[in-house]
Design a protein around this ligand. Structure first.
Ligand SMILES: *Cc1c(COP(=O)(O)O)cnc(C)c1O
Length: 375
């Protein structure tokens, strides 16, 4: 059998740690995806997802892809006129690139990276009447920003012809999202983040309004044709072969989440986030404003100009791995994810090892000044 070498524990924003009992739940024998036993599985998952996403009237799509695939599907199925792409970092930029790559008319509305959205600017843009979809990110994983869904909801609800897509890839199950009440038409995530499953499966909650829009669009693509999905969903099936093992894992996780209590789960992420934020402010600085800092990933400004790649090499010797900054933010920032199966004890461990490797406590606890970067 496999040797029991300690594995490298991941503190990155996906893929996240997978619990042994989840792997076990995924190792059930295969079933045919046109058999009733499969439909029973999909039906159970759908009902549980409706409960945890607070969306009793949304359709639940389960896609054998990562979330990026369903994001493309949303733009193809719901944009007839023009998309407003709200950008605050690399992942919300991706949604704009998908629109352009699919030949959709789209405008980018940018804020400075590290900042949350400017809802007044969004209101002004939507008031032009040019747009029939708006794409936003909940947790911008590249900058550690959490956008305020309530504030967005208030603005977007003023424009009933605009279909609202939310990339909640790193936020779904990291905090309570009242999907239906907020008026979110399309809420999407991959399972390798807060669901703590291996990658390869994406989940989307889709409103009836979004489905009505899809009916009016003739070229919806093929793999992510929402109308086709709905047709099969009525039989608790998917058009193409589903990721059956991952669905077994998802069903297991949903049972666990519900049994343990969602509020307890969300509180755990808040506690971990608070701990990391305090640590970041003690030794460095937060990249986003504290009030807009994500509950599942903290992005820390590397105010001491320490070498993050070298840190990760040293962490590897201790079987730990954190995340460098994303893209242009590499070395300027680094990120600690606190999602999925991780606990406050794990977070305390990794941060104390970082303190030790970087000798953060050597010259007292305080940064000596912001100008010298702590040297
Ligand atoms: C990870 C992530 C994605 C990409 O997800 P895939 O599973 O690679 O498709 C998109 N958006 C956000 C906010 C993410 O964190």
């Amino acid at each position: 059998m496999s040797s029991q070498k300690p594995h490298v524990k991941l503190f990155i924003p996906g893929p996240t740690e997978v619990a042994p009992e989840v792997f076990e739940a995924m190792s059930k024998p295969m079933i045919g995806h046109r058999q009733k036993v499969y439909s029973d599985l999909q039906k159970q998952i759908k009902e549980k997802l409706k409960a945890v996403l607070f969306a009793p009237n949304h359709m639940m799509f389960l896609s054998a892809s990562s979330a990026t695939g369903l994001m493309e599907g949303f733009l193809r199925n719901c944009t007839a006129k023009r998309n407003l792409s709200c950008i605050c970092g690399a992942f919300s930029l991706r949604w704009h690139e998908i629109a352009i790559g699919n030949g959709k008319e789209a405008d980018a509305l940018n804020v400075e990276w590290g900042q949350p959205y400017d809802t007044n600017a969004i209101d002004k843009a939507l008031a032009t009447g040019k747009y029939d979809t708006i794409t936003t990110v909940y947790n911008e994983t590249s900058t550690g920003v959490k956008n305020d869904l309530e504030a967005l909801s208030k603005v977007i609800k003023k424009y009933p012809d605009v279909i609202w897509g939310v990339d909640a890839v790193s936020g779904m199950m990291g905090a309570k999202i009242e999907t239906e009440k907020l008026g979110i038409d399309f809420l999407v995530a991959s399972v390798q983040k807060c669901f703590a499953l291996p990658p390869g499966l994406a989940i989307a909650a889709i409103s009836n309004r979004a489905m009505e829009r899809a009916k009016s669009i003739p070229t919806r693509g093929y793999y992510f044709d929402f109308i086709d999905y709905a047709k099969y969903d009525a039989k608790d099936q998917t058009p193409a072969t589903p990721a059956i093992s991952l669905l077994n894992g998802l069903n297991f996780q949903l049972d666990r989440f519900i049994k343990d209590g969602l509020e307890n789960r969300f509180r755990k992420y808040d506690e971990m986030a608070e701990y990391v934020r305090n640590w970041a402010e003690k030794f460095f600085a937060l990249y986003p404003p504290r009030h807009a800092s994500s509950q599942t990933v903290t992005c820390i400004k590397n105010t001491r100009n320490l070498n993050v790649s070298d840190l990760n090499k040293k962490l590897a010797e201790r079987n730990l791995h954190i995340s460098n900054g994303y893209g242009d933010l590499k070395e300027k920032t680094f990120r600690i994810a606190h999602m999925g199966e991780l606990t406050l004890a794990d977070i305390k461990e990794v941060l104390s090892v970082v303190e030790e490797i970087w000798q953060l406590n050597k010259n007292g606890n305080e940064k000596c000044c912001s100008a010298c970067g702590g040297h």
